[in-house]
Design a protein around this ligand. Structure first.
Ligand code: PFF
Length: 459
């Protein structure tokens, strides 16, 4: 089944397509929802600084490892390890990646459903005159409802499936190339409005002012985990996308560009949210509800607020959708290449499975939801899906991927692959740095995150 090259296996058609597709995977709810809320919670600039270091020291080496593995083999994540290290346990990384893709999709599609629903409501003009209490109740009603969250989760899955069935070029490439620039424009529009508000400076200050007293060990570990989730690393998503990269792509440049652009989008999201939060006297550390409970309020009080609100939820929907394309593509590539299932069947079958199990996430996201009281080991379904994927599977996956790159893979093969057989001169000077990071620095940092995540190291 998994022998030789697959005829008709698609690739992206240009360097630009590679960039936008990969960026589409990285940019998601992580930028617009998680990044601002965590930065708010951990005090702004100092957290940001640690996050940036993590992107450099953990994110880039793992991304490059995944790019190497993916384009070298041009296979799905299980097949890739099977090809590079046949008959060894390294294949387990692929199996873990496939499991992580499911777990993330179960809850991510649920949160994306809320975003779609808020987009729909803002289009309908429902948020024209809202109060803080009203919004809180509204959000509560959504997360504790029975069919509303599930319905919108299914809409999300239907959209993602429809795009994926169209294929790598006609689906993923076309959609990301069209929508990622739109996302940039919309976020800049929101930024301009936010930054021209009276009192916006306080928000900018908050984001950029570095105060090391806030920098607890817990904040450092959170920043590391965020870098992971943000850049879609540790589970073969980037491996899968790299398997569609063009042969001439400069993957070291792509890694640096994607990591920088993703960071820029996070910053732009922060610059849209914090000035508005401060200008209207809200709490920057409001937590996960920040997006749904404050943004509609904030926009409702300003000129062009309703249009900006639509723009805001539209760009968030784009971000969430293009990230999910990459998550489900991991599954489609796996089932079509390892089990001979057609692309269409793999897409529909997985969407159905995610729709069914995803209901558990939708009904347990809130303690007073239908399954809110089903708690085991201190967590409900929603929290387990999030915890197991982000804190367990991604760090372990990332650790083994970078160890594979640093120790197990053939050095010369890596050099050939990352320099496009010696045609890229940049590689000779930068590759030794990546090898050093991949062998020593990244694994050491990851072990610390992981020990903390499973509670062996209490910091
Ligand atoms: N990077 C996405 C975000 O920041 O929202 C989330 C994500 C996508 C994580 C794909 C993992 C993944 F494989």
């Amino acid at each position: 089944m998994s022998m030789g090259h697959h005829h008709g296996r698609e690739t992206f058609s240009s360097g630009l397509a590679v960039f936008f597709a990969t960026l589409g995977s990285a940019v998601g709810l992580g930028n617009i929802w998680k990044f601002p809320y965590l930065t708010g919670k951990f005090g702004g600039g100092a957290f940001l600084l640690v996050y940036l270091s993590c992107v450099l020291l953990i994110g880039l080496p793992i991304m490059l490892s995944e790019f190497y593995i993916g384009r070298r083999t041009r296979r799905n994540v299980v097949g890739a390890f099977h090809q590079l290290a046949p008959g060894t346990p390294w294949k387990g990384i692929g199996v873990m990646g496939v499991s992580a893709a499911y777990l993330i999709m179960f809850f991510y599609s649920c949160v994306a459903g809320w975003v779609y629903y808020y987009l729909f409501r803002s289009l309908r003009g429902d948020f024209a005159a809202v109060t803080p209490d009203l919004l809180k109740n509204e959000f509560g009603a959504v997360v504790t409802g029975v069919w509303t969250p599930v319905f919108w989760q299914w809409v999300v899955l239907a959209v993602v499936t429809a795009i994926l069935i169209m294929g790598v070029k006609k689906g993923i490439e076309r959609i990301t190339k069209t929508l990622m620039p739109v996302l940039f424009l919309l976020i800049i529009a929101c930024d301009i409005r936010a930054l021209t508000l009276p009192g916006a400076g306080e928000g900018v200050n908050f984001l950029l002012h570095v105060d090391f007293s806030q920098l607890t060990p817990a904040a450092i570990l959170t920043a590391m985990g965020l870098a992971f989730f943000k850049l879609s690393l540790g589970m073969g998503t980037m491996t899968t996308y790299a398997s569609y990269f063009t042969p001439s792509n400069n993957m070291m440049a792509t890694a640096v560009k994607v990591a920088s652009a993703d960071t820029l989008v996070s910053m732009l999201a922060g610059l849209a949210i914090f000035p508005t939060v401060f200008a209207f006297g809200m709490e920057p550390g409001a937590g996960p509800g920040l997006l749904f409970m404050t943004i509609p309020l904030v926009f409702s009080q300003m000129p062009f607020g309703q249009q900006l609100l639509i723009a805001f939820f539209f760009l968030t929907s784009i971000a969430a959708t293009t990230a999910m394309l990459s998550l489900v593509e991991v599954l489609i590539a796996y089932f079509s290449e390892e089990h001979g299932v057609s692309r269409q069947k793999a897409a529909i079958g997985n969407a159905l499975l995610i729709a069914v199990v995803g209901m558990l996430a939708a009904w347990s996201a809130d303690p007073v939801g239908p399954l809110g009281q089903v708690v085991f080991g201190g967590r409900g379904f929603f929290d387990w899906f999030d915890y197991l994927s982000s804190n367990i599977l991604l760090p372990i996956g990332g650790l083994f991927i970078v160890l594979f790159f640093g120790y197990a893979a053939n050095q010369q093969d890596i050099i050939d692959q990352l320099t496009n057989n010696g045609t890229l001169s940049l590689g000779r000077s930068t590759l030794p740095i990546f090898f050093f990071l991949a062998r020593y620095v990244t694994p050491a940092l990851l072990v610390v995150i992981f020990l903390n995540a499973i509670g062996l190291l209490k910091v």
